[in-house]
Structures are given as C-alpha cells and as structure tokens.
Design a protein around this ligand. Structure first.
Ligand code: AMP
Length: 145
C-alpha cells in the first residue's frame, strides 16, 4: 500500500498555523481539531516546521507557563521529514519508528498535500493484515469464489 491510497480515503486537508501564532492559540487548535500536531506554514502550502503536543509539554516543563505567550516558531521543529504520495506505508512506518515521531507531512512539488499520522498507519496495517488473514483462511478452507 502507498501513502496516496491512505490519502484517497482520509483526504488531503491539513491543519496549519502561521509561525507567529502564540503557543496558547496552537493548543486551542490542537484541542479543537482533536489532533496531536500541526504543520507550521505562512501560506498553508509551504512546510516551514511541525509542532506537536510533545513540543508544548516539553517546553512547558523546561520554561514554565511563559511559553504560552511565545510564538509557535520558538518551539517547533524546523527540519521536517516529509514523504511523497508514492512512498510505501512500510517505509513511513519504519521512519516513524526509527525517528520516534508520529506525524509525517506529505509533499508534492514543494506543496503540502496531506499528513499521515501513526493512527492512520496502524489502522491501515490492521486492515491489510485482516484482508490477508481472510484470504488465507478462505484459501485453506477452500471457500474461494
Ligand atoms: P510527535 O511524535 O509527532 O508528536 O513528535 C515528536 C517530536 O518530533 C516533536 O518534537 C515534533 O516537533 C517532531 N516531529 C514530528 N513530526 C515530525 C516530522 N515529520 N519531521 C521532523 N520532526 C517531527
């Protein structure tokens, strides 16, 4: 399975925030959309960074509540790993496991075209395994149509 197959089902919309958004506003966005990370972008298509709930928790623990008034750009990750829609699900799974992050933006020709979360990866992996299991069970029991 490729990333484009996942995006076909879940859609290409991505929540973004401009870099000057206060961290307090970022938290409201995360809560409102019930998501764990947003892409930092001024124009909504160019990836300038990524910021997740982990960045908020870590900097709150390090610097205290003053962080809430700081811009997102003060806590985001600027070296973002992205993938193309042609990437294989297994490769993204490996990337997330090795680099220990749970979100990967999808980019085509420098333009943000979706995001894949660890939840999407796990869901699609389970679906894949379930289909494989059913096919094998049908094959073994001779229940092929
Ligand atoms: P996450 O597991 O996605 O909540 O993110 C854990 C850490 O990795 C945070 O510091 C994020 O800013 C960073 N991060 C998340 N996704 C990416 C990515 N695709 N590329 C680089 N860093 C990321």
């Amino acid at each position: 399975m490729r990333i484009r197959d996942i995006l076909r089902v879940k859609g290409a919309s991505v929540v973004t925030v401009p870099p000057d958004t206060p961290v307090e506003g970022l938290i409201r966005q995360l809560a409102h959309h019930r998501i764990g990370a947003v892409v930092v972008s001024r124009d909504g298509v160019t990836v300038e960074g990524i910021v997740s709930e982990r960045d908020v928790v870590r900097t709150l623990a390090e610097r205290g509540p003053a962080v809430l008034a700081e811009p997102v750009s003060a806590i985001h990750t600027s070296q973002v790993r992205t993938v193309s829609p042609e990437a294989h699900l297994e490769d993204v799974e490996r990337l997330m496991t090795e680099r220990r992050f749970r979100h990967v933006p999808v980019v085509v020709d420098g333009r943000l075209s979706g995001v894949v979360s660890i939840g999407d990866v796990v869901k699609n992996r389970i679906d894949e395994l379930e289909t494989e299991r059913t096919t094998l069970a049908d094959y073994i029991t001779g229940d092929r149509t």
